[in-house]
Design a protein around this ligand. Structure first.
Ligand SMILES: Cc1cn([C@H]2C[C@H](O)[C@@H](COP(=O)(O)OP(=O)(O)OP(=O)(O)O)O2)c(=O)[nH]c1=O
Length: 198
């Protein structure tokens, strides 16, 4: 059985590699292939944030299985992360002005980070949704501009990375740190166990 990560995210690659060292069935880390599954990530009218993020994770896994060309049977993992502030869903900023608006809206407030993981082998598709509460400290305009100037916000949901410089603005977190970074370790490991990867 081949494990395939359907993701272009370097964070997801690192987190899955971390899990691979805990493989109980063999005395060596399991290997996995990586491919980028490009899907339409637009939100559908009326769709809840939870349904949206789970749907995207599933679509990435299923699209990844369609792209996989190997001869072994594959289990493909897809994941998606969004930031939810009240009724507003924040994905990745489209440009710096968008990043500024996102950070201004998050500053001094609490929001939720939702990460969904899906694994599929073509016969069964399993999903998990993890929601984490994150409290941001107040940010001045200068803080926001300085942070955007580092470039870090641009490829991240909500325009920040808790694992990087953005961690300086995170006052408190209640939930899964790895899920905020992009791949919840405990739940992903459980899904991979269910698919007999561990
Ligand atoms: C909130 C937050 C998000 N992120 C990242 C995780 C995801 O990579 C990204 C959200 O975008 P996603 O669309 O979930 O993922 P992606 O486009 O980077 O990768 P792929 O779809 O190919 O798997 O934001 C952080 O790295 N740190 C954080 O603190």
């Amino acid at each position: 059985m081949k494990l395939v990560l359907a993701s272009a995210s370097p964070r997801r690659k690192e987190l899955l590699a971390q899990l691979s060292f805990l493989s109980a069935t063999e005395n060596k880390p399991f290997s996995f292939d990586i491919l980028a599954a490009d899907i339409d990530e637009s939100h559908q009218k009326g769709e809840t944030a939870a349904n949206f993020v789970v749907r995207l994770a599933k679509e990435k896994a299923i699209a990844g299985l369609g792209l996989y060309c190997g001869t072994d049977k594959a289990v493909v993992l897809g994941s998606d992360t969004i930031v939810v502030l009240g009724d507003t869903i924040l994905g990745k900023p489209v440009d710096e002005a968008d990043a500024k608006l996102m950070l201004q809206s998050l500053a001094g407030k609490a929001h939720k980070v939702m990460t969904a993981v899906a694994v599929t082998d073509g016969e069964q598709t399993l999903t998990k949704l993890i929601t984490t509460d994150v409290q941001f400290c107040a940010m001045s305009e200068a803080d926001i501009l300085a942070y955007i100037a580092t470039g870090e916000p641009m490829d991240k949901a909500g325009a920040y990375g808790i694992q990087g410089l953005g961690g300086s603005f995170v006052e408190a977190i209640d939930g899964s740190y790895s899920a905020v970074v992009g791949l919840p370790l405990v739940e992903t490991r459980a899904l991979l166990c269910e698919m007999n990867i561990f």
